[in-house]
Design a protein around this ligand. Structure first.
Ligand code: HEC
Length: 140
């Protein structure tokens, strides 16, 4: 003997309701990766003005060690152990902007990298970090 199907109980709309329920429940795990949180990105948009300002700061304060092209080969770099970071490599490694901000603000312990929290405003530290990220080889 046949048991009454659930669609009979729901007056014929059972399948649609069930489908909606299943899709609704399935949606979160099947959805795209969660969007980056605000913490993962620079709060200062990397527009032309920000990059121009970042480049100016970089030329004045960073290139002497990190090199004009970010290779870690500025004139002061020769004697340093460890050598300044090569930004072409380091940016490609995908450090989060938050990490870069912390290093730029506080310096890198046990290295010649000074902290710039006292010399550069928050916005200017973000401007220079936006600029640093242009050293990464273009994403394929
Ligand atoms: C006196 C030399 C010197 C100056 C000036 C300097 N740096 Fe550095 N920087 C270093 C050294 C040395 C390191 C350490 C490299 C390492 O950890 O391998 C470093 C590391 C860093 C790092 C960490 C990179 C990484 O991926 O490990 C960042 C970011 C950075 N510097 C940003 C800057 C910015 C921005 C400026 C200018 C505002 C600046 N630095 C100026 C010497 C310098």
């Amino acid at each position: 003997m046949r048991r009454p199907g659930i669609s009979n109980l729901l007056g014929g709309r059972g399948p649609a309701i069930l489908l909606a329920l299943v899709l609704g429940l399935a949606a979160p795990p099947l959805g795209p990766a969660p969007p980056a949180t605000a913490q993962d990105s620079s709060p200062v948009r990397a527009d032309a003005a920000s990059l121009a300002r970042g480049q100016e700061i970089y030329g004045q304060m960073c290139a002497v060690c990190h090199g004009i092209q970010g290779r870690g080969d500025g004139p002061l770099a020769r004697t340093m152990v460890p050598r300044p970071a090569d930004f072409r490599v380091h940016m490609a490694e995908g450090h989060t902007p938050q990490q870069l901000f912390e290093w730029t603000s506080l310096g890198v312990p046990e290295t010649a990298m000074p902290g710039y929290a006292a010399d550069l405003s928050d916005d200017d530290r973000w401007n220079v970090i936006n600029y640093l990220q242009t050293f990464a080889p273009a994403a394929q």
